[in-house]
Design a protein around this ligand. Structure first.
Ligand code: PLP
Length: 385
């Protein structure tokens, strides 16, 4: 079978499933069309006075519109949509922020943080020392935080997580960091769409130096990254520091697609994000009612994610991998770390969390729920575009 045929098969397969992977979303037809436009094979490199490449007049216009709309959406002064991914946005941001102080604190992987910040990854690449943020009960341990920042002379604190269900007390973090001159970076990769809709951590930017993250998890964009800030100095450093350091081409079609997504967010972001959070609450509540095990704190999830209790699965004879495989046999797709996300099904217009919870908990009890899932899938109708 040649690749084009496999792509058709792939699309058919994915259309016949319910994707509940917490780090993914679906693109609108307009955002998708942008990705396969002629821009997909072009360059653009703004040199200030002129563009180093010809033929870019329409693209330059799109980039301008995108930046203006992004500033409006997040109520910020500056934005940079060039990062090729959330990880690259983190790298660019850290390069701009890290000075002589190379002590960086972030939530560790064991606590649901992003593995990329550890000593083996960005710590090694950028030459900083990684410190684990004090953390308990799915939140920062604020009592410990101040002592740890002082003792370890932390220059940069990175907030935000991959397993992310609770907002932080940003005002308190900011007060502590101000005392020690510690910079605050907020990695909103998972919750960018919820931030844009104003339903989660609305004070993220107000109490940090910059916010960055992926554009494709709860946000409506193609895979990519974005940085937003109110700090002119940091923005200028990022402007100057990015090309030929962390990347060269900026993927024009991705940027055009992101621009479509930001327009969709401006129109529908509030409605969408509110529904995502309500669906998560309902799904978590319904699952708990059925006796399904969620990690402590999941009933209070304020995001798009709930986290499955591994011990509960073990009692039922599953682990994260085998349960994900069992769900997939019934056409529900989740990852293999126990996260379930509601953002994509919300975009597909699905609000029947009772049926989904019944299916998930039933599958965990070895029942076949394919008919129930097929009924839900047949109702998929893309919203918010
Ligand atoms: C997904 C994620 C990233 C990396 O984003 P990519 O777009 O996959 O490069 C960074 N930080 C957090 C917290 C994430 O969840």
């Amino acid at each position: 079978m040649d690749t084009s045929k496999i792509i058709d098969e792939y699309d058919r397969y994915r259309n016949s499933t319910l994707n509940m992977q917490a780090s993914e979303n679906v693109l609108s037809p307009n955002a998708r069309k942008a990705l396969s436009s002629d821009m997909a094979s072009r360059y653009s490199l703004n040199m200030g006075k002129y563009n180093a490449y010809g033929g870019t007049r329409y693209f330059d216009q799109i980039l301008d519109i995108l930046k203006n709309n992004t500033n409006k959406l997040f109520d910020c002064r500056y934005s940079d949509p060039r990062p090729l991914s959330g990880h690259v946005a983190a790298e660019i941001s850290l390069l701009a922020i890290l000075g002589d102080n190379r002590n960086v604190m972030a939530v560790s992987e064991e606590d649901g943080g992003y593995p990329g910040y550890s000593e083996n990854h960005l710590g090694r690449v950028l030459g900083y020392k990684f410190h684990k943020a004090p953390y308990s009960n799915f939140d920062l341990d604020y009592e410990e935080l101040e002592g740890s920042i002082e003792k370890n002379n932390i220059g940069t604190l990175i907030l935000g997580q991959s397993m992310f269900i609770k907002p932080y007390d940003m005002k308190r973090v900011n007060e502590i960091c101000k005392k020690y001159g510690t910079r605050i970076l907020y990695d909103a990769s998972h919750v960018m769409g919820l931030l844009a809709g104003g339903v989660f951590q609305p004070d993220a930017l107000r109490y940090s130096d910059l916010v960055y993250g992926s554009t494709h998890k709860t946000f409506f964009g193609p895979q990519g990254g974005i940085i937003i800030t109110d700090n002119e100095g940091i923005y200028n450093t990022i402007e100057d520091n990015t090309i030929f350091n962390t990347m060269d081409n900026i993927n024009l079609s991705r940027i055009a697609s992101l621009s479509v997504a930001v327009e969709e967010m401006l129109k529908f972001g509030k409605d969408y994000a509110g529904k995502v959070v309500r669906n998560t609450e309902k799904l978590g509540g319904n699952l708990l009612e059925k006796g399904f095990g969620l990690v402590h704190g999941s009933e209070h999830s304020k995001t798009h994610q709930i986290l499955i209790d591994e011990e509960y699965l073990k009692d039922k004879g599953f682990d994260y991998l085998s349960f994900s495989e069992e769900l997939e046999k019934n056409r529900i797709i989740i990852d293999r770390f126990g996260r379930i996300g509601t953002q994509e099904i919300t975009r597909w217009g699905i609000s029947d969390m009772e049926s989904i919870s019944d299916a998930i908990s039933g599958i965990c009890n070895r029942l076949n729920k394919i008919e129930e899932i097929n009924n839900l899938i047949s109702e998929k109708m893309l919203k918010f575009w």
